[in-house]
Design a protein around this ligand. Structure first.
Ligand code: LER
Ligand code: MN
Length: 265
């Protein structure tokens, strides 16, 4: 299992400098989030040559933008803009052999989900979501994958659990679609994490790591020995990617985290 870190957690330097830094402190890979508006050929070239130049693999790539997370918006123009963002990310991943992710939605919840968690899709919503997944997944080629990420109820009104996403997968029947399991979201929504990895591990093709407080693993209350053992044993992911905040000295904290995680993977 290889270790990766999200570029947004690092000092805002060039991607190449970020990758050299990660290599030096013991990481294998990077997950890259880029604003679609500033994207250009020079940036693509830098991304493309990153592994050759630095030894750091690009395991995950996403574009962000104003319509990111709006694939199920009620306005068809917003949905179309959202689809463009994901389509462009898939095109980049097809070249790199990386994964990209989508959620049912990723946005501030207008209606606060106080005592009504785990809301299911209506028949119409499910039809529309499956059509979107089918459309996007047809664009995925080679080693690239489109992963559905269950996010917590405060970020999405549907598909908050791995089981919800496994249900979508059963209906979409495309081998290039899988699940991205994010331990931070799971800590909020799953009653018990290990059985989830045991049951759905085959479909879990990528993992995001953060403690329950979205700090580095080990800085919160989660039992990392159990979680990482379950992921290593049952997950189908080649990488674990850190997606969390770093408090304190970045270099020292990340080096300590690499040591901490490698005990169990
Ligand atoms: C958002 O909370 C998250 O976990 C990201 O992976 C979304 O792309
Ligand atoms: Mn995540």
């Amino acid at each position: 299992m290889k270790l990766s870190c999200t570029n947004l957690m690092l000092e805002a330097r060039s991607l190449t400098e970020q990758a050299f830094f990660l290599k030096e402190i013991g990481f294998d890979a990077i997950s890259v989030f880029e604003e679609i508006d500033g994207w250009n050929d020079r940036k693509f070239g830098e991304l493309h040559d990153l592994q050759k130049k630095t030894g750091i693999e690009v395991c995950e790539f996403c574009f962000s933008g104003e319509a990111y997370g709006c694939l199920m918006d009620s306005d068809p123009r917003v949905r179309a803009r959202a689809q463009t963002i994901y389509k462009e990310a898939i095109a980049v991943c097809n070249v790199l052999g990386a994964v990209t992710e989508m959620e049912y939605e990723y946005r501030i919840q207008r209606e606060m989900p106080l005592f009504h968690p785990y809301r299911k899709m209506t028949i119409e919503e499910e039809k529309q979501f499956l059509e979107t997944v089918a459309y996007l997944s047809e664009l995925v080629e080679g080693g690239a994958r489109l992963l559905i990420e269950p996010v917590n109820r405060y970020e999405s009104c549907r598909l908050n659990t791995v089981e919800d996403c496994a249900h979508v997968l059963q209906n979409c029947k495309n081998g290039r679609v899988g699940i991205l399991a994010d331990v931070f979201h799971m800590a909020i929504e799953e009653p018990d994490m290990e059985p989830v990895f045991e049951r759905y591990g085959n479909s879990i093709l990528h993992v995001h790591l953060a403690d329950n407080n979205r700090l580095l693993p080990g800085k919160g209350t989660l039992n990392w020995r159990n979680i990482l053992t379950a992921i290593s044993r049952h997950g189908n992911s080649r990488y674990m990617n850190l997606e969390c905040a770093v408090l304190g000295d970045r270099r020292l904290e990340l080096m300590e985290t690499v040591k901490f995680l490698r005990q169990y993977i």
